[in-house]
Ligand binder design. Structure first.
Ligand SMILES: C[S@@+](CC[C@H](N)C(=O)[O-])C[C@H]1O[C@@H](n2cnc3c(N)ncnc32)[C@H](O)[C@@H]1O
Length: 244
């Protein structure tokens, strides 16, 4: 069905599905700055295309950290938790440091989100989902990452997590376990020594930083300033380097 014409402030639904976490909606509305597309998961707007600085920074900061640590040469394997509107994945695929031999594995729990990206409904990934270096796995990172770590320990150069708003501001309560030490240690097992775990958070999260320091390795926090609906906001990427 064709979407209704956009009429300014009113949301126009582009797609809707019953999801694993709840209802999933892709919608669009006009704003003074131009059309805005956003993704609603379980009743909460989790991602839009208005200011994607921090989601793209998650990608470039992880690659910068790999560079700094001397890793990832010759085609890194990067694992991303949460496809969303695909900005993080598209940024990785567009980065020359991925190279022809690099691989990006994205784990997304909502099948509809994957389908909408593949159908070209999502501007960031239009075209990118055909990239042969991209594999999309439909599943919960809480199950898929430990399974990957068990079958291929130490096989990832970096893991980038943006499945929720961070430990202090959860959309999905069950995601709380992802930020706990046991889960972070499980993700560390998927990383090779010197690999990078990058975690996006809507708030500074000192407990997350402490947990990353304890179970992964030295951790730095990067702040991105973004403008949303005319407001200045700070988002954070926690970068932990796996000890050798
Ligand atoms: C904030 S969005 C990701 C935004 C993405 N970085 C981008 O650039 O568009 C979060 C995504 O993670 C997914 N998600 C939430 N919990 C998840 C989980 N436990 N495992 C895998 N995906 C999850 C949501 O369905 C949503 O698509």
């Amino acid at each position: 069905m064709s979407p209704a014409p956009d009429d300014g402030e009113r949301w126009v639904e582009l797609a809707r599905a019953d999801g694993v976490l709840g209802e999933v909606v892709l919608r669009r509305r006009g704003t003074p700055a131009g059309p805005l597309v956003d993704l609603v998961v379980a009743g909460v707007a989790v991602m839009d295309d208005q200011d994607t600085t921090s989601e793209r920074a998650l990608a470039t900061l992880a690659l910068d950290e790999l560079d700094r640590l001397g890793g990832g040469r010759g085609g890194p394997h990067l694992v991303v938790g949460g496809l969303g509107l695909g900005f993080t994945a598209a940024e990785l695929l567009a980065d020359p440091r991925l190279g022809p031999a690099g691989r990006v594995t994205v784990v997304e729990v909502e099948p509809a989100v994957v389908a909408w990206n593949r159908a070209g409904l999502v501007p960031a990934t239009a075209g990118a989902t055909d990239d042969a270096r991209l594999e999309v796995v439909v599943g919960d990172v809480a199950e898929v990452l430990p399974a990957l770590a068990a079958s291929a320990p130490g096989s990832a150069d970096a893991v980038l997590l943006d499945v929720d708003n961070g430990p202090g501001f959860l959309v999905v309560p069950a995601n709380a376990r992802l930020y706990e030490r046991a889960a972070l240690a499980g993700v560390a097992a998927l990383l090779r020594p010197g690999g990078v775990l990058a975690v996006w958070s809507a708030q500074a999260a000192p407990q997350l930083r402490d947990a990353l320091e304890a179970v992964v390795g030295p951790t730095r926090v990067h702040r991105s300033s973004v403008v949303r609906e005319g407001r200045d906001l700070d988002y954070y990427v926690h970068l932990a380097a796996r000890r050798g």
